[in-house]
Design a protein around this ligand. Sequence first.
Ligand code: ADP
Ligand code: MG
Length: 330
Amino acid sequence: MVRRGERASEFELIARYFAPLASKAPLAYGLTDDAAVLRATAGHDLVLKTDTIVGGVHFLPGDPPQSVARKLLRVNLSDLAAKGAKPRVYLLNCSLPRDVEEGWIKAFAEGLAADQGEFGIVLVGGDTTATTGPTTLSATVIGDVPRGTMMRRKGARSGDGVWVSGNIGDAALGLRLLKGDDLGLNKSLAAQCIERYRLPQPRLALGSKLRGLAYACLDISDGVLADLGHMCDVSKVGAEISAEGIPLSAAAHRALAAGKVDISDLLTAGDDYELIFAVAAKDELKLSRVARSAGVKITKIGRIIRTRGIVVRGAHGEPMSFDRRGYQHF
Ligand code: ADP
Ligand code: MG
């Protein structure tokens, strides 16, 4: 029992806020054992991914705990989407400042509950520690795919089209707005960008339908140029994309027109969590059918070429130069 005015212990916090999130996973044993069991589905491979978010780096101290929780899950789920996997369970590691308010943990757990419902995933374990540093949250998601079908970054071939889902750059604008920049946007456009920063949309439906269709796929977390670069490096090819062809929201168009950002800002900023993938020209009809049935906009932004490196062409076909490709931690 917690006495009035006294902090709940680690075990009380787990029982109170995390165990209810595991109630639909009988083999997580109510988070009362050392470990959980996961039964692999026959004929399937498990797909594993972990991602960490750090206060002050990936989210801002004033962000609502619900949206921090959802972003944590979604950045992980976005990787499963890019691999064409169906989410199953996740583990959660929380390193929290010793003086964290219990209300923060409660709201954080509410955010997890909301997205568990939305994406059909359940908590099966984790770890809870105090830290003298910033809040550090890590989730490990486990999904599955029919055996041998996980999409890779590797596999893009010269002549394939380069496609992206959704719009590019809004999350980066959202982050700049949260940091106090004026981007010349009205309230509603600004709110849309902030929402995109706080709440990425993992493209799970599209990803699972791209299996067997896309030759290479990854999610855009570091920026279009950086992540397309990753695909091309492992595929040993290059790519040519058109700056004019990048799908942008009304907000991004407005910020560009107002001279507050340029296209390089949008192509090199992270946090889009859209999919970027390579599809053979012969499969484009099938691809548009698949995207329509997933309810996601997709746009062809360029093509894979034999020559290594990424070339971005401007309105008149001129190659543009960039001083960086994307976000780097070190
Ligand atoms: P151990 O002492 O064996 O490392 P813990 O006491 O840390 O185990 O955890 C007890 C149980 O609670 C385990 O099943 C663990 O997976 C779970 N758990 C601990 N922290 C979390 C968390 N933040 N989210 C989900 N499960 C957790
Ligand atoms: Mg143990």
